[in-house]
Design a binder for this molecule. Structure first.
Ligand SMILES: [Mg+2]
Length: 357
């Protein structure tokens, strides 16, 4: 008889950031997420994270807390390892709040792993694959971007993700300084929907002329303009990933059949845990590459995703670096990010993390 859910609680998961996190469609100065704790009747507690970053996520911190208060009692008595039952109940109760569902699902998976005495990655696969993340350079001025890039490269990061998409002139200056300082780094250019096709082609050509190596062009154009994304996928000469344009298996099927992108960025906060597993399976069936990313999250959310990536393996890009943006670590214990490497095998039960109070 396996343990069942007894209670669901939240607590704030907050920390200041080193630099304001400025991207094409949002700005964040202080992390204000929500930790979800799912307690089982044997006393085991699992922990998940709700990313609250409107307009990227639908819910604010307060709305996420209220949603958990509402749905928590309806989960009592459920087996946390019955991922389908958990997901179904959450989808019925919170159809619009994907990030909140993802945090509660994470807490259930973590509780099930801890109750079984297993590290979390074991729930997703038989061996632990290496999980090596890129690191993000936010929209800072070119010199600051180059300085940050140097610091990260000295700590072992091989791939730099450059946030672009608000002003092409500034983007080119930032990319140029980073490439000049680090010509051998792999580059992910993430415009968060902020470019036109012409902007993207200009940036790709300019980066190449400088000798920069683009590993991936991420959601360069608006999510609804699938024709524009498909044109870039055909003409840019680099791998193009859909991020904001992919949430469901239907999106994956359309992206594959119409060759809209060659890679999809999977985030738990967009699709939940069970949903992410279905997206990844669908993408791989269709021959698309997969990337795993996160919203701005602490080591609870990104650590969970790292365990999923370790168990499944096969991700072309791992973008699980946002705990590095935080000036204070709000997580007690948990999975360690050592340079660019997630040390998932250093954890005995679940992801091992809790909220520092
Ligand atoms: Mg993105």
């Amino acid at each position: 008889m396996s343990a069942v859910v007894r209670a669901v609680r939240t607590s704030p998961l907050e920390a200041p950031l080193h630099d304001p996190f400025v991207i094409a469609n949002a700005r964040l100065d202080h992390l204000r997420n929500v930790a979800v704790e799912v307690e089982l009747d044997d006393g085991t507690v699992g922990v998940g994270e709700i990313a609250a970053l409107p307009p990227i996520t639908r819910e604010t911190q307060r709305e996420a807390e209220q949603a958990v208060e509402r749905v928590g009692p309806t989960l009592a008595g459920l087996d946390p390892s019955d991922a389908e039952a958990v997901e179904e109940r959450l989808r019925l109760a919170l159809p619009e709040l994907a990030a909140t569902r993802a945090g509660i699902e994470q807490a259930c998976w973590d509780a099930a792993a801890r109750a079984a005495g297993q590290p979390l990655w074991r729930r997703f696969g038989a061996t632990a694959h290496d999980v090596i993340t890129d690191v993000t350079l936010p929209m800072v001025d070119p010199d600051r971007a180059a300085t940050l890039a140097t610091q990260w490269r000295e700590r072992g990061f091989r791939t730099l993700k450059i946030k672009v998409g608000r002003n092409l002139h500034d983007d080119l200056a930032r990319i140029g300084r980073v490439v000049e300082a680090h010509p051998s780094a792999g580059l992910v250019l993430d415009a968060n929907e902020g470019w036109s096709v012409q902007d993207a082609l200009t940036a790709v050509r300019a980066t190449r002329r400088l000798g920069g190596r683009i590993a991936l062009l991420e959601q360069p154009v608006p999510r609804d303009d699938l024709d524009a994304l498909a044109r870039l996928n055909r003409d840019a000469g680099v791998m193009v990933a859909a991020d904001e344009a992919v949430h469901t298996e239907e999106d994956v099927a359309r992206i594959a059949s119409q060759r809209i992108a060659s890679c999809i960025n999977v985030k738990l906060a967009k699709s939940g845990v069970a949903g992410a597993l279905r997206l990844i399976a669908a993408a791989r069936r269709e021959g698309l590459a997969t990337m795993i990313g996160a919203m701005v999250e602490s080591r609870i959310g990104t650590g969970f995703a790292a365990h999923l990536a370790a168990g499944l393996g096969g991700f072309t890009v791992v973008d699980l670096d946002t705990s590095l943006l935080l000036a204070e670590d709000p997580v007690l214990g948990g999975t360690v990010l050592d340079g660019p490497r997630w040390e998932v095998t250093g954890v005995d039960r679940g992801h091992g993390g809790g909220v520092r109070r």
